[in-house]
Each structure stands twice: as C-alpha cells, then as structure tokens.
Design a protein around this ligand. Structure first.
Ligand code: MN
Length: 240
C-alpha cells in the first residue's frame, strides 16, 4: 500500500489558489498513491450536502474523477466540515470513517483522527464540539433553510476566530496528557492527525512502546501531505 494523508485544506471561494492546488494534488496523486485519507477540514465550511455552490460542485466533480478507477479515498470529519454526509460520500465515491479510526498498513498499526478531540485545554471548544456533534443539533440545523444555515455558520466562524485569537498557543494545541492516555489505550505505531496546523513528527516513548505522532500541515502559502511507502515516512511541504 502507498497511502497519502492530507488535512486542513480549508477550501473556500475566497482562496481559488487552494482549490487549484488541491486539484493538482489529486491529479498527481491518482497514480502516485493507492489510498487517500483526508483527515478533516477539507472545506472551510460545510452547511449540508444540499448546498449547491459552484465550489462544492467543482470539488465533488474533482473527487469523483479521482476516485473513478483511482485510489480508495476516505474522509474523517473536521471541526469545519463535520456536516459532510452520506449524499456527498455517494456522489464523490469517498468513504466516511469514524474519528478516531484504526488501520493496518504495511504491518503497522496506524490510528488516524482529525485531532480536535485532544485539544482538551480549550474547554469552550470542547463544549461547542459536543453540542454540534449531537444528532439533535445536526438534524435541527439541517432542517433550516440554506440562507439561514449560511448566516449561522458565518457567525460561528467569526466567533471561533475571535476566540482563537485570544487564546494562548498552548490552549489550542493538543493536551499532552490527553495524547498519552489516548496512545496508551490504542498503542499504535503511528498516530496521524491534523487540526492544530503545527506540522511535525513527534517521537513519543511510552513505557513499552514507541509511537510517532505525525501532525499534518494546513494549506496556505504551502501545502502538506504525508506519504507512507513500506517503512518510509515522508511529510512533504510544497509551494502553492
Ligand atoms: Mn480543524
């Protein structure tokens, strides 16, 4: 298996260069990888699969072209596109996975996640996450007209940006104790996630296991992907 992993592309109509970079990445990954894992925040916002903006349609078409006779493609929800649903999955040919999810690739136990559930120091965010991930909140939201959903999503984004700007760097990163507890429970060889926008490979020694925690980068002036090839770990940055 030659999987690739990406996250935090944050596609929106404000940044057509990111959309273009994502399409270029799909084109060149079609032959270069066997599996593609998108670990959340593919979109800056997603208000429901019935939203038919040109951007949503273009991305759906590009993913459909990619998955047709192409790599098996999987998606984990991010905190911005947690409303991507089965209609989107069916149209694009991707499979939505629960968060976290365990894989076995090239004899390695790999756990993948968006990663936001480990930011436990950010109490306001975790409270918000629990609310918007509930079935009740989601069905209530999805039953509102599209225009109203757009307004609510925009005000939620503004509130989140203001709150994040006021928080210290440590608060918006993963909580080290939460990471250790999680790794003790799952004992993977590799733990791959995004969300924090702090791309890095951390070597973590627990009592009897060694884990690499690989953090994917967000796309902006540069893009990031992780390629695994037998035992090689290649966290790549490229210009956009
Ligand atoms: Mn995120």
């Amino acid at each position: 298996m030659k999987p690739r992993f990406i996250s935090d592309i944050h596609l929106s109509d404000k940044h057509p260069e990111l959309t273009q970079a994502f399409f270029t990445f799909l084109n060149e990954s079609k032959e270069a990888c066997t599996h593609l894992y998108i670990l959340g925040d593919l979109f800056e916002a997603w208000i429901g699969d019935d939203d038919t903006t040109p951007l949503a349609q273009e991305v759906k078409n590009a993913l459909r072209t990619f998955t047709d006779n192409g790599p098996a493609t999987f998606f984990i929800h991010g905190n911005r596109d947690f409303l991507i649903g089965e209609a989107f999955a069916k149209e694009t040919g991707i499979t939505i996975l629960p968060d976290p999810y365990t894989l076995n690739i090239n004899d390695q136990k790999i756990v993948i996640s968006h990663g936001d559930f480990l930011c436990t120091d950010d109490v306001d965010y975790i409270t918000f996450r629990n609310q918007v991930r509930s079935d009740e909140w989601q069905s209530d939201f999805l039953n509102k007209p599209i225009a109203e959903r757009e307004e609510i999503a925009a005000s939620m984004r503004d509130a989140s940006q203001e709150a994040t700007a006021e928080k210290s760097n440590a608060i918006t990163d993963v909580n080290p104790a939460a990471v250790h507890d999680f790794l003790h429970k799952h004992t993977p060889d590799l733990f791959i996630h995004g969300h924090t926008h702090r791309p890095n490979i951390h070597n973590i020694e627990l009592e009897n296991i060694a884990v690499k925690r690989i953090v994917l980068g967000d796309w902006g002036k540069t893009g990031w992907y992780l390629a695994l090839n037998s035992k090689n770990i290649d966290l790549q940055e490229f210009n956009i």
